[in-house]
Each structure stands twice: as C-alpha cells, then as structure tokens.
Design a protein around this ligand. Structure first.
Ligand SMILES: [Zn+2]
Length: 377
C-alpha cells in the first residue's frame, strides 16, 4: 500500500455528508454525490473523438510511425534524462519524473501517456476528479487499459448513470420504491452478474486509510506529547472525535465508485429536478423538487430559488382570495415601516383582514364584498 500523499486523497465526512479534497488552489469540499452527478453530465464529445483518433493511429503502423517520427525529441525527453535540452521540453521532463517513464517505456506507452497527460490538463478545468486522481501510476498501467478502461470516459458515464439511476434514484412509480439503496445495489449486482462492467470496480482498486480526527488538526503535537492514562482521559473528554476515511484513488472509475459507494452506505438518494430535469443528490430523506444548480442568469439564481418563486406565483394565480390578502398584508407592513400607522393599529388591521379572508372562504360575504373591503384597508 503506497503512503498516503497529503495532496491526493479524499476525506469523507459522514456526519455532514461532505467530501473534502485538495486541488491545486487548496482545500475544497462538496456534498457527497455532487462530483459523481456532475461527472455524469460532462460533455465528452470532443474528448471521445480525440480518443478514437489515438486508437486509430495505434492500429495503423504507418500513421503511428509518422506520429512518433514527428515528435521524436519530445518523446525522447519523456523517457531519457540528459539526452535532450530540458528547457525546450519542460512538460515532458515533468511527465518523466511524475510518471516514472524511462528508456524501457515503449513507443506506444509514451504516445498514449502524452495524449492522456494533456487531456487531463484540460479536464482538470472542468471537473475536480481529474485533479484528485493520482497520475503517478499512469506510467505503469498498460496503454491499452488506459485507453479502453481508465480513460474511456463516455463508457464510464454510461455505466455509472445506469447504476446510479437503478440504485439511488427515488422514483415513486417504480417497483423498487421504498427499497434502500443497499438492497437495490444487491439486486443490481445480481442482475448484472454476467457483465464485467460495474462489478469490476471494487475496493481492491483503491486504498482506504481510516483516521481519527478531533477538532480538525488544531493540535498537531497531540500525538507526540507524553501524558499519563488519566491525562489522556482528560485530554479526550472535551473534544469531538470523528472517524474519517481517507481514500487514495488512482483512477476515475474508482473515484466514481467510491462516491457511489458512500451514497449507498449513507442511504442517500437522488431526485430529478423539476426545473432542469437533471439528477441531484438528496442530502436528507425529505423530498425536494429542485436542485441547487445555478440557472446561469446574472442574478445568481438557482433551480431551487426560481422553483420556489414559480410555485408561489402559481398559488397566487389559482387563489385570488389569497392574492388580495397578500397584497393588502404587504401594504399594511409598508405603512408601518413608513410610520403612518402604529404597531397596535397594524396588529388590529391584520386581525381584520384575516377575519375577512375567513368570511369569504366560508361564504359569509361575497367575493366582491371581500375585494371592496380589503381595498379600503
Ligand atoms: Zn435543476
């Protein structure tokens, strides 16, 4: 088991249902499920075109030889130190050190890794998984596996979208309605026994290191100080302890699987947003209709905020009695703010309009009377 690199792990907070991870610009956190779902909606069209082009080049000796020939010095810099001016190939020198490439690395391996390395540089800008994964193992992973398994990203989307919807989506009209994710996952695995796809992701593929944390990181010397048993009891007594799992993850599939697994473990489910129609993770078991994605306007509104506004407007349209009540209620409060009425008057008038609303609802006055009396307030 490799040592945990502090900049390349995910910490799981089971209580807040959050993941903490490190990117180039520092520590980040997000709700469990968010990165997984965001991954499912990435557009890999351009990426996939490029991947197929790489596979085609590998399969056509002439194409491949000319690709290698065109980049001879570059690939030399990736494998053999000192033979090529390192100032001219800074990226390649970084790759060589980072990925452990050497003179024995095959042309194919170097060709594929060069492509992947540059893809990751771009993908990092759109999704944190590509910053979190440890690319140090790329050099040792067979280039065919890299292209067909680890970096077949559209295929991974399909596999995880399918498993996600089966196991985690809360659907009221489904035969699975009411089953916990863990039971659904059991059925899913039973039904897909012949498929190598989903079941090939397992804990063997990533390392977990569980740690006990208290008041996160405040006292780094705590472990080293000498205390008697009684002093240790004293020490732990006033602190909050949490069991934290640290995942050290090599590839995207394992990142997807580890997050999926956390959702199952925590009995988290997902819904479909009634505004944008996309999946979103439900942090609690109560049902929510809208996700928190920004709708992309300049007011910074989200599906949730505009969803609530739309619903409120619909209520007003459907309920003219409430509509009028609401308008008068707001008007009274404005008068109070402008000090044209006192708090006592406000309270009396509010009581009056509530009475009028009850009267019209119960048929003691007509709607026209209600409207006239309310507008006179
Ligand atoms: Zn939405």
């Amino acid at each position: 088991m490799p040592a945990i690199k502090p900049d390349k792990y995910i910490r799981v907070d089971h209580i807040e249902k959050e993941l903490h991870y490190y990117e180039d610009d520092g520590s980040q956190s997000c709700d469990i499920g968010q990165m997984l779902i965001d991954f499912l909606y990435l557009d890999f069209t351009k990426y996939e075109k490029s991947r197929l082009e790489i596979i085609s080049t590998l399969n056509h000796p002439h194409k491949f030889l000319s690709a290698i020939e065109d980049n001879r010095d570059k690939y030399k810099a990736m494998r053999t130190p000192d033979k090529v001016d390192s100032h001219k190939y800074p990226h390649e020198v970084i790759m060589r050190n980072l990925l452990g490439l050497n003179g024995d690395t095959s042309d194919q391996q170097v060709f594929v890794i060069n492509w992947i390395y540059h893809q990751i540089e771009n993908l990092k800008k759109v999704h944190p998984y590509f910053s979190i994964m440890d690319i140090g193992v790329l050099g040792a992973t067979n280039y065919e596996d890299l292209l067909d398994m680890n970096f077949n990203l559209e295929e991974l989307q399909t596999i995880f979208d399918d498993a996600f919807r089966f196991c985690l989506l809360r659907e009221h009209d489904s035969i699975l309605n009411g089953l916990d994710p863990i039971k659904k996952l059991y059925i899913y695995n039973q039904q897909n026994k012949s498929s190598a796809h989903f079941r090939q992701f397992s804990f063997e593929k990533y390392n977990i290191n569980a740690k006990i944390l208290y008041d996160p990181y405040t006292d780094s010397n705590a472990g080293r100080s000498k205390r008697t048993l009684a002093q240790w009891v004293d020490f732990v007594n006033d602190k909050d302890f949490t069991l934290m799992e640290h995942y050290y993850v090599h590839d995207i599939a394992s990142l997807l699987y580890s997050e999926f697994f956390q959702m199952v473990k925590l009995n988290m489910q997902a819904g479909i947003c009634q505004n944008c129609n996309k999946l979103f993770a439900l942090k609690d078991l109560y049902y929510s209709k809208y996700c928190n994605r920004p709708i992309g306007d300049d007011k910074g509104r989200t599906c949730k905020s505009i969803g609530a506004v739309t619903k409120f407007k619909q209520t007003l349209d459907k309920d003219p009695v409430y509509n009028i009540y609401r308008r008068v209620y707001n008007r009274l409060h404005t008068r109070k703010r402008q000090n044209t009425i006192t708090s006592e008057t406000l309270a009396q008038l509010k009581e009056k309009i509530t009475e009028l609303r009850k009267d019209v609802k119960q048929g003691r006055i007509t709607f026209e009377d209600y409207e006239t009396q309310m507008e006179d307030m």
